[in-house]
Write a protein that binds this ligand. Sequence first.
Ligand code: IPM
Ligand code: MN
Length: 353
Amino acid sequence: MKSYLIGLIPGDGIGPELIDSAVAVLNAAAAGTFTLDFRWEDGGAGTYLRTGSNLGAGALERIRSMYHATLKGPAGLPGVRSPDGTEAGVLGGVLRRGLDAYANIRPVRSPGAGIDYVLVRENTEGLYASRGCGVGNDWAHSDQLLVTRPGTERIVRKAFELATVRTGAQADGVRRVTCVDKSNVLRSYALFRKIFTEIAAEYPFIEADYLYADAAAYQLIICPGRFDVLVTENFIGDILSDVGAATAGGLGMCPAANIGASAAYFEPAHGSAPALARTDSANPTAQILAAAMLLEFIGEHAGAQAIRTAVDAVVPSANPEAGGALSLTGSLQHLTGQLCRHISRHHASAAPR
Ligand code: IPM
Ligand code: MN
Protein backbone atom coordinates (compact mmCIF):
# COMPACT_ATOMS: atom_id res chain seq x y z
CA MET A 1 0.00 0.00 0.00
CA LYS A 2 1.27 3.44 -0.89
CA SER A 3 2.33 5.59 2.04
CA TYR A 4 2.85 9.33 2.23
CA LEU A 5 4.72 11.46 4.72
CA ILE A 6 2.59 14.47 5.62
CA GLY A 7 3.68 17.47 7.71
CA LEU A 8 1.14 18.96 10.12
CA ILE A 9 1.40 22.49 11.50
CA PRO A 10 -1.50 22.95 13.93
CA GLY A 11 -0.98 26.73 14.32
CA ASP A 12 -2.90 28.84 16.83
CA GLY A 13 -6.40 29.43 18.18
CA ILE A 14 -8.78 26.96 16.56
CA GLY A 15 -5.91 25.51 14.50
CA PRO A 16 -5.20 22.38 16.59
CA GLU A 17 -8.84 21.26 16.72
CA LEU A 18 -9.27 21.90 12.99
CA ILE A 19 -6.18 19.81 12.25
CA ASP A 20 -7.49 17.00 14.49
CA SER A 21 -10.74 17.05 12.55
CA ALA A 22 -8.95 17.08 9.17
CA VAL A 23 -6.67 14.21 10.22
CA ALA A 24 -9.69 12.08 11.16
CA VAL A 25 -11.28 12.83 7.79
CA LEU A 26 -8.03 12.15 5.92
CA ASN A 27 -7.65 8.80 7.65
CA ALA A 28 -11.22 7.90 6.74
CA ALA A 29 -10.51 8.83 3.11
CA ALA A 30 -7.29 6.80 3.07
CA ALA A 31 -8.66 3.68 4.78
CA GLY A 32 -7.85 0.53 2.85
CA THR A 33 -6.22 2.36 -0.09
CA PHE A 34 -3.17 4.27 1.12
CA THR A 35 -1.65 5.37 4.41
CA LEU A 36 -0.68 8.77 5.70
CA ASP A 37 2.22 9.07 8.07
CA PHE A 38 1.84 12.38 9.92
CA ARG A 39 4.72 14.40 11.36
CA TRP A 40 3.91 17.29 13.67
CA GLU A 41 5.72 20.58 13.24
CA ASP A 42 5.74 23.61 15.49
CA GLY A 43 4.76 26.95 14.03
CA GLY A 44 2.77 30.11 14.66
CA ALA A 45 2.34 32.75 17.34
CA GLY A 46 2.58 30.19 20.17
CA THR A 47 5.88 28.97 18.79
CA TYR A 48 7.06 32.58 18.46
CA LEU A 49 6.23 33.29 22.11
CA ARG A 50 8.02 30.17 23.29
CA THR A 51 11.09 30.29 21.07
CA GLY A 52 11.36 33.68 19.36
CA SER A 53 10.99 32.06 15.92
CA ASN A 54 7.85 31.55 13.88
CA LEU A 55 8.70 28.03 12.86
CA GLY A 56 10.36 25.11 14.66
CA ALA A 57 14.03 24.40 13.89
CA GLY A 58 14.49 22.51 10.64
CA ALA A 59 10.77 22.59 9.77
CA LEU A 60 11.16 24.59 6.56
CA GLU A 61 13.71 22.12 5.24
CA ARG A 62 11.56 19.10 6.14
CA ILE A 63 8.52 20.69 4.48
CA ARG A 64 10.59 21.41 1.39
CA SER A 65 12.33 18.11 0.97
CA MET A 66 10.99 15.39 3.25
CA TYR A 67 7.20 15.60 3.23
CA HIS A 68 5.03 14.83 0.23
CA ALA A 69 2.87 17.77 1.36
CA THR A 70 1.99 19.71 4.51
CA LEU A 71 -1.33 20.60 6.09
CA LYS A 72 -1.31 23.79 8.12
CA GLY A 73 -3.92 25.24 10.46
CA PRO A 74 -4.50 28.98 10.79
CA ALA A 75 -1.63 30.72 12.58
CA GLY A 76 -1.17 34.06 14.34
CA LEU A 77 -2.80 35.69 17.37
CA PRO A 78 -3.96 39.29 17.50
CA GLY A 79 -1.94 40.18 20.59
CA VAL A 80 1.34 38.69 19.41
CA ARG A 81 3.46 41.28 17.62
CA SER A 82 6.94 41.52 16.23
CA PRO A 83 9.00 44.52 17.39
CA ASP A 84 7.83 46.43 14.27
CA GLY A 85 4.16 46.13 15.30
CA THR A 86 3.05 43.62 12.68
CA GLU A 87 1.65 40.26 13.66
CA ALA A 88 4.25 37.64 14.52
CA GLY A 89 3.67 33.99 13.87
CA VAL A 90 1.32 34.31 10.89
CA LEU A 91 3.74 32.17 8.85
CA GLY A 92 2.65 33.56 5.47
CA GLY A 93 6.01 35.17 4.75
CA VAL A 94 8.21 32.44 6.17
CA LEU A 95 6.45 29.57 4.39
CA ARG A 96 5.31 31.15 1.14
CA ARG A 97 8.56 32.89 0.41
CA GLY A 98 10.72 30.35 2.21
CA LEU A 99 9.33 27.56 0.02
CA ASP A 100 8.85 29.81 -3.03
CA ALA A 101 5.24 28.59 -2.97
CA TYR A 102 4.29 31.20 -5.53
CA ALA A 103 0.75 30.13 -6.35
CA ASN A 104 -2.00 30.59 -3.81
CA ILE A 105 -4.96 28.69 -5.23
CA ARG A 106 -8.26 29.60 -3.57
CA PRO A 107 -11.37 27.83 -4.85
CA VAL A 108 -14.65 29.57 -4.01
CA ARG A 109 -17.58 27.25 -4.42
CA SER A 110 -21.23 27.26 -3.48
CA PRO A 111 -23.16 24.91 -5.75
CA GLY A 112 -26.55 26.12 -4.50
CA ALA A 113 -25.64 29.71 -5.36
CA GLY A 114 -24.09 28.93 -8.77
CA ILE A 115 -20.64 29.97 -7.54
CA ASP A 116 -17.64 27.97 -8.70
CA TYR A 117 -14.45 29.84 -9.45
CA VAL A 118 -10.80 29.76 -8.46
CA LEU A 119 -8.82 32.74 -7.35
CA VAL A 120 -5.14 32.42 -8.24
CA ARG A 121 -3.23 34.78 -5.98
CA GLU A 122 0.44 35.59 -6.56
CA ASN A 123 2.05 34.59 -3.29
CA THR A 124 5.65 35.79 -3.18
CA GLU A 125 5.76 39.41 -4.40
CA GLY A 126 3.25 42.25 -4.97
CA LEU A 127 2.55 44.55 -2.06
CA TYR A 128 3.69 41.87 0.41
CA ALA A 129 7.23 41.71 -0.93
CA SER A 130 8.89 44.53 0.96
CA ARG A 131 7.40 44.12 4.40
CA GLY A 132 9.52 45.17 7.29
CA CYS A 133 11.76 47.91 5.85
CA GLY A 134 11.70 51.69 5.79
CA VAL A 135 9.52 52.70 8.71
CA GLY A 136 10.01 55.78 10.91
CA ASN A 137 7.99 56.92 13.92
CA ASP A 138 5.52 59.13 12.07
CA TRP A 139 5.91 57.92 8.53
CA ALA A 140 6.06 54.73 6.61
CA HIS A 141 6.61 54.36 2.95
CA SER A 142 8.12 51.01 3.20
CA ASP A 143 5.66 48.87 1.34
CA GLN A 144 6.27 49.06 -2.35
CA LEU A 145 4.51 47.00 -4.92
CA LEU A 146 6.89 44.56 -6.58
CA VAL A 147 5.86 43.07 -9.91
CA THR A 148 8.51 41.13 -11.82
CA ARG A 149 8.30 39.52 -15.24
CA PRO A 150 9.25 36.00 -14.08
CA GLY A 151 6.98 36.22 -11.03
CA THR A 152 4.04 37.38 -13.14
CA GLU A 153 4.64 34.99 -16.01
CA ARG A 154 4.62 31.95 -13.75
CA ILE A 155 1.47 32.92 -11.84
CA VAL A 156 -0.44 33.86 -15.00
CA ARG A 157 0.60 30.57 -16.63
CA LYS A 158 -0.58 28.72 -13.54
CA ALA A 159 -3.99 30.40 -13.90
CA PHE A 160 -4.29 29.48 -17.59
CA GLU A 161 -3.15 25.91 -16.94
CA LEU A 162 -5.81 25.63 -14.27
CA ALA A 163 -8.47 27.03 -16.61
CA THR A 164 -7.37 24.46 -19.20
CA VAL A 165 -8.08 21.50 -16.93
CA ARG A 166 -11.17 22.86 -15.19
CA THR A 167 -14.52 21.68 -16.42
CA GLY A 168 -15.90 25.15 -17.12
CA ALA A 169 -18.44 25.05 -14.34
CA GLN A 170 -19.55 28.69 -14.38
CA ALA A 171 -22.96 29.72 -15.67
CA ASP A 172 -22.19 30.57 -19.32
CA GLY A 173 -19.78 27.64 -19.79
CA VAL A 174 -17.06 29.91 -21.22
CA ARG A 175 -13.53 29.14 -20.04
CA ARG A 176 -12.11 32.42 -18.90
CA VAL A 177 -9.26 33.86 -16.92
CA THR A 178 -9.90 37.29 -15.45
CA CYS A 179 -6.91 39.50 -14.73
CA VAL A 180 -7.68 41.67 -11.70
CA ASP A 181 -5.46 44.70 -11.14
CA LYS A 182 -5.53 48.45 -10.73
CA SER A 183 -3.63 49.26 -13.89
CA ASN A 184 -5.57 52.46 -14.43
CA VAL A 185 -3.67 53.98 -11.49
CA LEU A 186 -0.52 52.01 -10.67
CA ARG A 187 2.32 51.28 -13.09
CA SER A 188 3.22 47.98 -11.45
CA TYR A 189 -0.27 46.71 -12.17
CA ALA A 190 0.03 47.95 -15.75
CA LEU A 191 3.05 45.67 -16.13
CA PHE A 192 1.13 42.79 -14.54
CA ARG A 193 -1.67 43.32 -17.10
CA LYS A 194 0.75 43.61 -20.02
CA ILE A 195 2.39 40.30 -19.13
CA PHE A 196 -1.03 38.72 -18.61
CA THR A 197 -2.00 39.74 -22.16
CA GLU A 198 1.19 38.22 -23.58
CA ILE A 199 0.67 34.89 -21.82
CA ALA A 200 -3.05 34.88 -22.69
CA ALA A 201 -2.10 34.79 -26.37
CA GLU A 202 -0.62 31.31 -25.76
CA TYR A 203 -4.10 30.08 -24.76
CA PRO A 204 -6.42 31.19 -27.59
CA PHE A 205 -9.13 28.72 -26.50
CA ILE A 206 -9.52 30.48 -23.16
CA GLU A 207 -11.11 33.91 -22.91
CA ALA A 208 -8.85 36.60 -21.47
CA ASP A 209 -10.87 39.00 -19.40
CA TYR A 210 -9.92 42.13 -17.42
CA LEU A 211 -11.33 43.91 -14.39
CA TYR A 212 -10.05 46.63 -12.10
CA ALA A 213 -9.95 45.46 -8.51
CA ASP A 214 -12.77 47.69 -7.30
CA ALA A 215 -15.06 46.56 -10.12
CA ALA A 216 -14.03 42.96 -9.46
CA ALA A 217 -15.04 43.25 -5.81
CA TYR A 218 -18.44 44.52 -6.98
CA GLN A 219 -18.90 41.84 -9.65
CA LEU A 220 -17.83 39.05 -7.28
CA ILE A 221 -20.80 39.99 -5.12
CA ILE A 222 -23.35 40.97 -7.76
CA CYS A 223 -22.54 38.37 -10.38
CA PRO A 224 -20.23 35.65 -9.01
CA GLY A 225 -21.48 33.12 -11.57
CA ARG A 226 -19.54 34.85 -14.37
CA PHE A 227 -16.15 33.93 -12.92
CA ASP A 228 -14.06 30.89 -13.83
CA VAL A 229 -10.42 31.60 -12.89
CA LEU A 230 -9.11 34.92 -11.62
CA VAL A 231 -5.46 35.89 -11.35
CA THR A 232 -4.24 38.69 -9.11
CA GLU A 233 -1.34 40.28 -7.32
CA ASN A 234 -0.84 39.16 -3.72
CA PHE A 235 -2.67 41.90 -1.78
CA ILE A 236 -5.65 42.19 -4.12
CA GLY A 237 -5.96 38.40 -3.97
CA ASP A 238 -5.96 38.47 -0.18
CA ILE A 239 -8.89 40.88 -0.11
CA LEU A 240 -10.90 39.30 -2.91
CA SER A 241 -10.67 35.83 -1.42
CA ASP A 242 -12.45 37.10 1.70
CA VAL A 243 -15.04 38.81 -0.52
CA GLY A 244 -15.55 35.49 -2.27
CA ALA A 245 -15.90 33.63 1.02
CA ALA A 246 -18.62 36.05 2.12
CA THR A 247 -20.74 34.97 -0.87
CA ALA A 248 -20.03 31.25 -0.51
CA GLY A 249 -21.11 30.30 2.99
CA GLY A 250 -18.54 32.26 4.98
CA LEU A 251 -14.86 32.13 5.79
CA GLY A 252 -15.23 28.66 7.24
CA MET A 253 -15.85 27.20 3.78
CA CYS A 254 -12.80 28.33 1.79
CA PRO A 255 -9.51 26.42 1.51
CA ALA A 256 -6.18 27.50 0.04
CA ALA A 257 -3.27 25.67 -1.58
CA ASN A 258 0.19 27.21 -1.59
CA ILE A 259 2.11 25.62 -4.41
CA GLY A 260 5.68 26.02 -5.59
CA ALA A 261 7.90 24.10 -7.95
CA SER A 262 9.22 21.85 -5.18
CA ALA A 263 6.94 22.16 -2.14
CA ALA A 264 3.31 22.68 -1.30
CA TYR A 265 1.23 23.27 1.78
CA PHE A 266 -2.49 23.55 2.34
CA GLU A 267 -4.47 25.66 4.79
CA PRO A 268 -7.83 27.32 5.37
CA ALA A 269 -8.04 30.86 3.95
CA HIS A 270 -9.29 32.16 7.31
CA GLY A 271 -7.56 33.13 10.56
CA SER A 272 -7.13 31.48 13.95
CA ALA A 273 -10.29 32.88 15.67
CA PRO A 274 -8.88 32.51 19.21
CA ALA A 275 -12.24 33.37 20.81
CA LEU A 276 -13.69 30.18 19.30
CA ALA A 277 -10.84 27.92 20.40
CA ARG A 278 -11.90 24.88 22.44
CA THR A 279 -15.61 25.71 22.18
CA ASP A 280 -16.24 22.75 19.83
CA SER A 281 -18.02 25.16 17.50
CA ALA A 282 -15.44 26.19 14.88
CA ASN A 283 -16.29 25.28 11.31
CA PRO A 284 -13.67 22.76 10.09
CA THR A 285 -14.87 22.77 6.46
CA ALA A 286 -12.18 25.03 5.02
CA GLN A 287 -9.48 22.97 6.75
CA ILE A 288 -11.03 19.73 5.50
CA LEU A 289 -11.35 21.04 1.94
CA ALA A 290 -7.68 22.06 2.21
CA ALA A 291 -6.96 18.43 3.14
CA ALA A 292 -8.87 17.34 0.00
CA MET A 293 -6.67 19.67 -2.07
CA LEU A 294 -3.65 18.03 -0.46
CA LEU A 295 -4.86 14.58 -1.52
CA GLU A 296 -5.44 15.90 -5.03
CA PHE A 297 -1.88 17.24 -5.05
CA ILE A 298 -0.31 13.92 -4.02
CA GLY A 299 -2.39 12.13 -6.66
CA GLU A 300 -5.03 10.53 -4.44
CA HIS A 301 -7.94 11.80 -6.52
CA ALA A 302 -10.56 9.31 -5.31
CA GLY A 303 -9.83 10.15 -1.68
CA ALA A 304 -10.09 13.87 -2.46
CA GLN A 305 -13.40 13.32 -4.21
CA ALA A 306 -14.76 11.25 -1.31
CA ILE A 307 -14.05 14.17 1.03
CA ARG A 308 -15.69 16.74 -1.24
CA THR A 309 -18.75 14.55 -1.72
CA ALA A 310 -19.05 14.14 2.05
CA VAL A 311 -18.76 17.90 2.56
CA ASP A 312 -21.46 18.57 -0.03
CA ALA A 313 -23.73 16.01 1.59
CA VAL A 314 -23.15 16.74 5.25
CA VAL A 315 -22.17 20.39 5.75
CA PRO A 316 -25.09 22.78 5.73
CA SER A 317 -24.14 24.80 2.64
CA ALA A 318 -24.82 28.50 2.26
CA ASN A 319 -24.88 29.87 5.75
CA PRO A 320 -27.22 32.86 5.54
CA GLU A 321 -25.27 34.66 8.22
CA ALA A 322 -22.05 34.16 6.25
CA GLY A 323 -20.18 37.45 6.19
CA GLY A 324 -17.17 36.07 8.01
CA ALA A 325 -18.70 33.93 10.72
CA LEU A 326 -16.50 30.94 11.42
CA SER A 327 -18.76 29.24 13.91
CA LEU A 328 -21.00 26.29 13.31
CA THR A 329 -24.49 26.09 14.69
CA GLY A 330 -23.65 22.53 15.76
CA SER A 331 -20.62 20.72 17.17
CA LEU A 332 -17.24 20.42 15.46
CA GLN A 333 -16.75 16.90 16.81
CA HIS A 334 -20.19 15.82 15.70
CA LEU A 335 -19.69 17.19 12.18
CA THR A 336 -16.30 15.46 11.94
CA GLY A 337 -17.92 12.14 12.91
CA GLN A 338 -20.66 12.62 10.31
CA LEU A 339 -18.09 13.33 7.60
CA CYS A 340 -15.99 10.28 8.53
CA ARG A 341 -19.03 8.02 8.49
CA HIS A 342 -20.15 9.39 5.14
CA ILE A 343 -16.70 8.72 3.67
CA SER A 344 -16.60 5.17 5.09
CA ARG A 345 -20.05 4.38 3.66
CA HIS A 346 -18.97 5.82 0.31
CA HIS A 347 -15.93 3.52 0.36
CA ALA A 348 -18.02 0.51 1.32
CA SER A 349 -20.43 1.08 -1.57
CA ALA A 350 -17.74 1.93 -4.15
CA ALA A 351 -16.31 -0.62 -6.56
CA PRO A 352 -13.66 -2.97 -5.05
CA ARG A 353 -10.57 -0.96 -4.24
C1 IPM B 1 -4.31 34.85 4.20
C2 IPM B 1 -4.06 35.62 5.45
C3 IPM B 1 -2.62 36.04 5.52
C4 IPM B 1 -2.33 36.92 4.33
C5 IPM B 1 -2.25 36.74 6.82
C6 IPM B 1 -2.56 35.89 8.02
C7 IPM B 1 -0.80 37.17 6.81
O1 IPM B 1 -4.92 36.72 5.56
O2 IPM B 1 -3.66 33.82 4.00
O3 IPM B 1 -5.17 35.25 3.41
O4 IPM B 1 -2.61 38.13 4.36
O5 IPM B 1 -1.82 36.41 3.35
MN1 MN C 1 -6.45 36.75 4.00
